[in-house]
Design a protein around this ligand. Sequence first.
Ligand SMILES: [Zn+2]
Length: 133
Amino acid sequence: MMDKRDPRCMICNEQKPGIDVRPDSVINTLRWLNSHTLKYKNKYRPVVCRECFQKYLKARKSFERKRTSYLIIGVLFSVVLFVTSRADPWSILAGLGIIALMYLLSLINYTPELELPRGAPQGGAKRSGDATR
Ligand SMILES: [Zn+2]
């Protein structure tokens, strides 16, 4: 890619090389907003350095967990709304709004995915000691 900006670790904020963040829909949206509204140019390329990788994995996991629970809460809320309103069609619309809102709330803890090479250790996949002789 044509990204020539200096890499900066998004965990410790130090300028050093690391694993690139994978551009996903959230990042692309933020970039689009940046270039169209704020006229603000991000000088640095977000990466995660080697030292912060474990910290990153934890943050990513907790983000995924939160996102899932937020969405579950949103869905449950919508179902309750649908049932209590006796299947009013507007409640479906309101329910979708609630789910979208919960999704946006989960983005407060947003931790992007990294461009990990295939088959890279994802934590947890550790060798189990010296079981064999
Ligand atoms: Zn770092």
